[in-house]
Structures are given as structure tokens and as C-alpha cells.
Design a protein around this ligand. Structure first.
Ligand code: DGL
Length: 267
């Protein structure tokens, strides 16, 4: 599983709950985070580098935990990799379409995710009659990383970003970014009772389980675990990541770069 940084740990948290017997190798590209403001070319290049690193670890399935990378690079990774590849967009879109009664769905994510229209396209593929409203909420990422989810600043920012959804009669809102589950309480409070919030990480975990079952490569016995690799500052990954994951992260390995010459030839 890879992400631009620590955010994907909200996806890992859900995967661990559903697949406790699997061994998960998590790569956070913390040296180059955030991806959400970068160009499609750069995001795709970074995704390919992360995927190649994880392939060298002998993985049986690849989960793109990052919404931005899923939005821009899922198709190319699916085409190029010899193993199954899953992103977070399709599972989130599926849940939104199945859940929405009035066929009006909101999407929040990074600028790059929203601009890519990946969620809109995924939802329309499932049901062309669904109306989709999207909004980039970039400040949610630093607010979550700073641990300010219960501070009034989080409410002010959420009010500002989400105000256009409030008069729009959406009944379902997809958290299309890894960090947003940390702010789920604030988002729920601002949107009110009539709107269901979709956690894409939770839906992705179900999709990963289905894929492993279908391909008959699931581990349903034995002790699972997680292994962590980052491209910058293992200490801050441990500290912020433990909060995102909801459990202590003790051991994190530092990768000096995602250039294969660095980790294969001169590890
Ligand atoms: N992981 C990213 C996502 O889910 C958010 C952080 C970033 O911009 O890199 O879109």
C-alpha cells in the first residue's frame, strides 16, 4: 500500500480491521508530500516509483491508498503491473451511488483529485443519473496533521468549504482524501443529520478483501502485521502516524529515495 505520506494510514486502519491476517507493507512518500497540489505528470511519476519499490518487496496486490494518486495513476498502474491494483476512488463512488436516495452526491478532496473528475466519472459510470458536486478542501490536510480537528479553526474552515453543499440538498458526501476521516466529526457536525458521510478507506478495505477472496490469495489464519517505509523523517511519521492509525507505530524504515538505483544497488 502506498500514499503520499501519513494520510493513507486511515486506509490501513480499515484494512487491518478487515484483514488481520495479512502482512501489509506501507510506503509513505513523506519527502514529497503533498501530492494534492501537483501536476498529473508528477503524481503519475511518483506513483510508478512507489509501485516499483513495493513490487521489489514481493507484494501480491497493490492498494493505492492516496486519493490523488488513485485519481491520476490507477489506470496506468493497472496496465503496467503484473499484479491486481486497487485504488480508493471506485469503492468510495460505489458506496455513494448505492447509498444516495435522491441521487445528489458531494465529493471533497485535494485540488488534483477534484480537477481530475475521477470521482465524477466513476459515479457516472455506475449511474449516469447521479448529480455530483465537488469541492477541493486543501486546508483540511494540515489541520488533520497538526491535530487541530477539535479546534475551532477546523469548524471555521469546514463551514467555509462546505457552505455550498448545505443549500444543495446532497444526501451523501464522500471524503475523497486520506486525511478527512480525522475530521469526520467536524464534517458531520457542519453537514447535519440529513447527509451520510462516506469513508473511502472503509469501502476500499471491503474491496481489497473481496479481491483477495475472489483471487483465492487471502490469508485467513496466522499473524498479520505492518511494515513501514518513508522517504523522510521516520520520527514525525511515527508521531503523527500513530494518531492517524489509532495505535503505536514503533518501527519505521527510512528510504533515501525512490530511485531504484538507491534502494536496490546501494541499500
Ligand atoms: N493522500 C492525499 C490524498 O488522499 C492527501 C495528501 C496530499 O495532498 O498528498 O489525496
Amino acid at each position: 500500500m502506498f500514499d503520499s505520506g501519513i494520510g493513507g494510514l486511515t486506509v490501513l486502519k480499515e484494512v487491518r480491521k478487515l484483514l488481520p491476517h495479512e502482512h501489509v507493507i506501507y510506503l509513505g512518500d513523506t519527502a514529497r508530500v503533498p501530492y494534492g497540489n501537483k501536476s498529473p505528470q508528477t503524481i503519475t511519476k511518483y506513483a510508478l516509483e512507489s509501485a516499483i519499490f513495493l513490487l521489489t518487496k514481493g507484494i501480491k496486490i497493490l492498494v493505492i491508498a492516496c486519493n490523488t494518486s488513485s485519481a491520476l495513476a490507477l489506470n496506468i498502474l493497472k496496465k503496467k503491473l503484473p499484479i491486481p491494483v486497487l485504488g480508493v476512488i471506485d469503492p468510495g463512488a460505489k458506496e455513494a451511488v448505492e447509498h444516495s436516495q435522491n441521487k445528489r452526491v458531494g465529493i471533497i478532496g485535494t485540488k488534483a483529485t477534484v480537477k481530475s473528475m475521477a470521482y465524477v466519472k466513476a459515479i457516472r459510470r455506475l449511474d449516469p443519473g447521479v448529480e455530483v458536486l465537488s469541492k477541493a478542501c486543501p486546508l483540511f490536510v494540515p489541520i488533520a496533521e497538526e491535530g487541530l480537528e477539535d479546534d475551532k479553526i477546523a469548524y471555521l474552515v469546514a463551514e467555509k468549504y462546505l457552505e455550498e453543499f448545505k443549500g444543495s440538498s446532497i444526501d451523501t458526501l464522500v471524503m475523497g482524501c486520506t486525511h478527512y476521516p480525522i475530521l469526520e466529526g467536524v464534517i458531520k457536525t457542519v453537514m447535519g443529520h440529513g447527509v451520510t458521510i462516506v469513508n473511502t478507506g472503509r469501502e476500499t478495505a471491503k474491496a481489497v478483501k473481496n479481491a483477495l477472496e475472489q483471487k483465492k490469495i487471502i490469508n485467513d489464519t496466522g499473524k498479520g502485521g505492518s511494515e513501514y517505509f518513508v522517504t523522510d523523517s521516520p520520527e514525525s511519521f511515527r508521531e503523527i502516524g500513530s494518531r492517524f492509525l489509532g495505535e503505536d507505530i514503533t518501527h519505521v524504515k527510512f528510504l533515501k529515495s525512490l530511485d531504484y538505483k538507491d534502494y536496490l544497488l546501494f541499500p
